[in-house]
Design a protein around this ligand. Structure first.
Ligand SMILES: [Zn+2]
Length: 624
């Protein structure tokens, strides 16, 4: 800022070289005064909290608000989800689609195929068939064609078992011919309908025979297909009479791909609108913390300097640069000590220079300091089973010992960063017990960021408020510097489902061969930079938030309920539980464009997909 100002001033002085000496003194004097003001402003800004509009609430109040939101009546579901309780695939699909609909705030009824009755069809606008055995629908299936033609919307949630009954739907679904189930090793987006989707093709790392090989009529709009030479259509849409049909032939029902199924669902009907979080947060593991231990082989190989120097001179400079370039506001997680003490008196770490230096740099970037632990021992008691996976970890003998260690690290961190309220907690190694969590509930922690995608014993979360303790769950979706295709697709999926990005950076990746140390920091940094570039190119309007700001955004999102009412030429949104902001994604499928948003703003997020900022509890979207 100061530098820029100087440059400008020099140019002005050159231009004004003919003015009198008095004028030069006057300008010089003004310049000095401005410099003093600028420095003073910067000093004041340096250690204080950034004013944030996305504030938090007391945990007690959040429990109450969440309970009230849960009691909100289901005002006449217009979506029917058909699911087979006794079928494993159908159950898996139910788990995916019920969460998608819940979080899109779309009320729905669920029935078994045996209860599928044409007499009920008129009550619904949309039917999702998430079943394997179509013969269970009996002769009722023959009425579906007429129902769609008259304006109904039908979604096939996954490719079912082949049957004569299913084949009777081929004409309606636009299927010319079908073959065997097939293995999809990668996906290609034919249309840029998903955020981030048009940037490249994506490999499917956990692929299996999940899709149906088939050919379609020309009037089907294919949105996603396999990236083979003879592509398999994976998501398509077809207009039939005044209704629509969507076939989701992707078939893999995993949490990491929810956003793909959500996007397929959103292609039904004339439009689809749903609330989103709108936030991007980057967390830095063990930072600030003492100099990490590990294998310094590759740092010595590439830089020939100490680990400590590497972090301050190379690593932080690069990480800092990324924040500047993309406006990222890191949340650093403090570890006071790398010892393995779990009882007795927890001694204060007096070596604070590193903490102060890095911590203040994070704050200066508009970031936040959170808590990781007194040491790196996860908050679990002796009743917890590590299944021989973490040999070096020791359980805590009592809750009292865990509490004492937390008291110490909170006090330590408070002393270093006096204006920071410590609101964010990340569990070491993503392991956390209920006992540990209830201790955190008694502290200033209002948000816990563990993992979104489950692994073994990891503490898995959704983006929501817990009714148990009022703490906001803000899981991290992706991590590290080796960003593989699975991670990229999971990130893409969440941008489209929740319009959220949460990434975890481990400073000690460079010391760990399993996490890619061998390729060297320069390439690791290149990967991380590539990820940020991908994110910001695909999604330039996402908000850069700190951990607790993201929690504020999740809080608002989670408490929302949404009523959608068609108007003459648009839709009216009535947002229940509106506080001070709400964000929506709106997909328009019938070719219309937005002409105005009354009570809000809008921006294009992908083809026919808009990000709507709602500034009022009632918002009207008017189409052209
Ligand atoms: Zn850690």
């Amino acid at each position: 800022m100061v530098k820029l100002f100087r440059g400008k001033k020099v140019r002005e002085l050159n231009r004004d070289s003919h003015v009198s000496l008095g004028g030069v003194y006057l300008i010089g004097g003004l310049f000095c005064m401005l410099m003093i003001v600028l420095i003073a402003v910067q000093m004041n800004v340096r250690y204080s909290l950034r004013e944030t509009s996305i504030g938090l609430e007391e945990k007690e109040r959040l429990i109450r608000l969440k309970e009230e939101a849960g009691k909100r009546e289901n005002r006449g579901a217009k979506i029917l989800l058909v699911s087979e309780e006794d079928d494993a695939t159908s159950t898996k699909a139910f788990k995916i689609f019920s969460v998608i609909l819940d979080q899109m705030k779309e009320p729905y009824d669920v029935i078994e195929p045996a209860d599928f009755d044409i007499a009920d069809f008129d009550r619904y606008e949309t039917i999702i068939l998430a079943i394997t055995h179509y013969p269970l629908l009996t002769s009722n299936i023959s009425y579906l064609k007429g129902w769609v033609r008259d304006g109904g919307n039908l979604m096939i949630a996954y490719p079912p078992e082949g049957s004569g009954s299913f084949q009777t739907l081929y004409e309606l679904l636009g299927i010319k011919d079908s073959g065997e189930v097939t293995y999809v090793k990668g996906v290609h987006f034919n249309k840029p309908f998903m955020i981030g989707g048009s940037l490249k093709d994506y490999d499917i790392i956990d692929a299996y025979e999940s899709s149906l090989g088939l050919s379609l009529y020309d009037d089907c709009d294919v949105y996603m297909q396999s990236d083979d030479d003879y592509p398999v259509p994976l998501i398509w849409r077809r207009n039939v009479g005044s209704g629509t049909v969507v076939f989701d032939n992707f078939g893999i029902m995993e949490k990491a791909y929810r956003g793909i199924h959500c996007a397929a669902f959103s292609l039904l009907s004339d439009y689809c609108v749903y609330p989103v979080i709108n936030g991007s947060a980057f967390y830095i593991d063990d930072f600030p913390a003492p100099v990490p231990e590990g294998d310094a082989t590759y740092i010595t190989r590439d830089y020939n300097i100490s680990v400590s120097d590497f972090y301050s001179r190379i690593w932080w400079t690069d990480i800092h640069e990324l924040a500047k370039e993309y406006g990222i506001r890191y949340t650093g997680l403090v570890i006071e000590n790398y010892n393995d003490q779990v009882s007795g008196e927890f001694k204060r770490n007096t070596e604070t220079n590193r903490f102060l230096y890095f911590g203040n740099m994070i704050l200066k970037l508009g970031g936040e300091i959170g808590i990781h632990g007194y040491n790196h021992m996860p908050l679990v008691l002796e009743n917890f089973d590590y299944k021989d996976q973490y040999d070096s970890y020791i359980q805590w003998p009592s809750t009292e010992d865990m509490r004492n260690s937390l008291d110490e690290v909170f006090d330590f961190t408070h002393n270093l960063f006096k204006d920071q309220e410590l609101k964010v907690y990340v569990p070491p190694s993503n392991v956390l017990s209920e006992e540990g969590r209830s201790l955190l509930a008694d502290t200033s922690i209002s948000s816990i960021a563990s993992v979104y995608l489950s692994t073994d014993m990891a503490y898995e979360q959704e983006f929501d408020i817990s009714t148990e303790d009022g703490i906001i769950n803000t899981p991290r979706i992706t991590s590290g510097c080796i960003i593989d295709e699975y991670m990229e697709l999971a990130a893409l999926s969440e941008l489209n489902f929740h319009f959220v990005n949460t990434h975890f950076i481990h400073p000690d990746d460079v010391l760990d061969e399993d996490r890619g140390a061998e390729i060297g920091w320069e390439r690791m940094y290149g990967n991380l930079k590539g990820y940020m570039k991908w994110l910001h190119e695909g999604c330039p309007d996402i908000r850069n938030l700190t951990g607790s700001e993201l929690a504020g955004a999740v809080l608002r999102y989670d408490l929302l309920g949404l009523d959608r009412t068609d108007t003459d030429n648009g839709v009216e949104l009535d947002i229940n539980g509106y506080d001070d902001e709400a964000w929506m994604l709106l997909r328009i499928n019938d070719g219309r464009k937005i002409s105005a948003v009354k009570g809000g703003e809008y921006k294009e997020a992908a083809e026919n997909l808009y990000l709507i900022e709602c500034r009022n509890e009632s918002v009207e979207i008017v189409f052209e």
